[in-house]
Design a protein around this ligand. Sequence first.
Ligand SMILES: *Cc1c(COP(=O)(O)O)cnc(C)c1O
Length: 444
Amino acid sequence: MAVTEVAQSRRVVTEIPGPKSRELQERRVAAVAKGVGSVLPVYVTRAGGGIIEDVDGNALIDFGSGIAVTNVGNADPRVVERSAEQLGRFTHTCFMVNPYEAYVEVCEALNRITPGDHEKRSILLNSGAEAVENAVKIARSATGRQAVVVFDHAYHGRTNLTMALTAKNMPYKQGFGPFAGEVHRMPMAYPYRWPTGPENCGPEAAAMVIDQITKQIGADNVAAVVIEPIQGEGGFIEPAPGFLPAIVEFCRANGIVFVADEVQTGFARTGDMFACDHEGVVPDLITTAKGIAGGLPLAAVTGRAELMDAVHGGGLGGTYGGNPTACAAASASLEAIESDDLVGRAREIGDLMLGRLRKLAEEHPVIGDVRGRGAMIAIELVEEDGTPAPKVLAEVLSYCHSQGLVLLSAGTYGNVIRMLPPLVIGDDLLNEGLDILADAFARL
Ligand SMILES: *Cc1c(COP(=O)(O)O)cnc(C)c1O
């Protein structure tokens, strides 16, 4: 595991946010557009392992990883060293003008570690949204079809096409239309809220989706089905067993490109290298970003060679896509994930968290569901009648933040607390964070 200079202990020496953070926040309000929010406006100076240090001298426990990005931890020395070495040689040529090895190396690694042993190709981009957009472009070009199928609670990004693919209006879409056409939304296999119970959810949801695609769109018109194998922003909804394999089978039988959006679930996060691995699902195309490069901006589409190569020369690309420094960081980060067995570590984290959270749920009926895999764990908060409890969530989050625990929310109904610790966090910090969360429920 990476050695880090950042002391691995929580330290709260001021109110949170402290005076210096509040001062910076005032400057920010005057300089930064209001549309960009921050969950917890403490201003960061340094971070590593499971700790984020702020300008006031506080050290916070990180249960967010910058939204599932710093899987290998912040400023992992191997990532820093490789990036710095690359930065010192050249910063940019544009891969579309003069190529370089670092880009090819990342594509080779992605082709090797993503699900399936078929022949693959990859393309590198800057953001998750850009990856999803490109996956749709590739699927349309390869199939000559236009329709795209997405799901309830889906999140795929903030660009025009990916807003259309995203389910939740507020805050992602409100006022930003018109949206891209030929996007069709289907029911999601959401076990906790499935009307006939979780055990029926997988097969019933799959049958509904297949029926709706057939009746409403026509399978022959569908270029791609795009789905997160565990939904992220939507509330860590893990589709009921059997749902994904049934959808894949339907896609295969009908020439539809199955796109797994693993932007949030990828790179050991869920206790498998990719969340698709859990049920042996092999996507035709897979989109990745967040956890790929230890915090540097990079994204990718990886997929079947015959689909990826169906696009005409010059049809894909972008000025910065596969920036050399980001590629160097990705190579170092992917090596760290494999050599440190972060897949195994994510499973340990999941066992620890699920065990403690299930106990907590027994004591507090407001915790209606505990779910997730690996280091991607959530609790869904509900009233006695099962309706979402977003106000309780706000109280719990606010207490945790005040105690120096960085914790995020999610969910279509704003009632899901999601936990995404860096995979290099120690058990002591993990337990301390969960103690704070338990206190928050005890105080309600
Ligand atoms: C975050 C996310 C995106 C968008 O990624 P950006 O890098 O923010 O554009 C797309 N899909 C999923 C599943 C995500 O979690």
